[in-house]
Design a protein around this ligand. Sequence first.
Ligand code: GLA
Length: 385
Amino acid sequence: MKTAQFLSKYKKQTNGSDRFLFFAPGRVNLMGDHTDYTGGYVLPAAISSGTFLFVRLLPQDEIRLTSENLGEHKTISPEAFSKRQNSWTDYPVGVLNELEKRGWKKQGMELVYFGDIPMNAGLSGSASMEMVTAFAMNTIFELGISAKELALLSQKAENDFVGVQCGIMDQYTIAFARPEHALMLDCHALEHREVPVSLDGYQFVAVNSNVDRALVSSGYNQRVKELHEVRKVINTFFEVPYLGSLTGEDNEWLDKLVEDPLLKKRLRHVVNENTRVSLAAELLEQQKTELFGKLMYDSHDSLAYDFEVSCRELDVLVKLASQVEGVAGARMTGAGFGGCTLNLVKTDAVAGFQRKVMMDYKKETGLEASVFPLSFKGEIREITN
Ligand code: GLA
């Protein structure tokens, strides 16, 4: 099913009294990965693709969920409502559980999801599914929950119900991002400023490695644990309120405090990556494309070697990109262990980039890469006729 087909099927069914349609975008992160759960900085933007949700209120108690992408229907009875099913339904049902704690009265519904974000690409398909659910319920039932609270409760659903210890970046971005802008987000203060997301004559292009991402949640939770350890070690010397508060200037003496070589590397990534985010936001504002691109390569190396969340295929994609004329920078984006790279490519070099990367990636890995130029028009909203 294509987006246009989904819309033409469901748009005409909405009536604003018991049938509704919503959209929440996905996101791509330009700089700052694995920093959000340290209370650090990130620089994400909402993309035009995302998740659509059609809601029909039902007289009976059950929640019926459909994924148009998977062609799957599941019914959640009132008894099963607060139990994890280890299925895609955990994302929306986790959110409904959180909403119930905040005053939503359980109501029978049919929920039909359709995503036009490539699945498993690290572009926040799951957070966009959570947020479209939270936003829809808040709108339909007039719950009066703020955008920030919707993001926080969706994150909590993912932490507690789904079991991934994710930070706030994805949900916050989806709640607040406006078209054509990135957010320079302080994940500790939960405040952001907007930065226009264009670089003259260049285009951001995502390349999906199409790698099986089986390791992503265990690897992710492991990194969260390691950073807890790092903080414990530093806190035996003095109190650091959160790791994201450390800057590049702290690197030298921190290196001496943390002896374990693995924890040392993890810390080095977090401190350097946080420093890069502030710089990247300024470079974007000042249209300094080359320097921005260089930071992308530095960030990739740091994620690959210090934080070890890349994989061979992502490294191959970044290397191949760096060999193409007209590419200013490339890095993995998001949680890693597969998913996408983000590339900054001269607009008139995009077609050549696509051909070359797809061909050479296939030669080196045997896998097909999918290349898609990004546009940044997504915004969370109700779709009315
Ligand atoms: C996933 C998580 C985010 C963030 C990124 C890595 O997308 O959901 O909270 O930690 O990985 O930057």
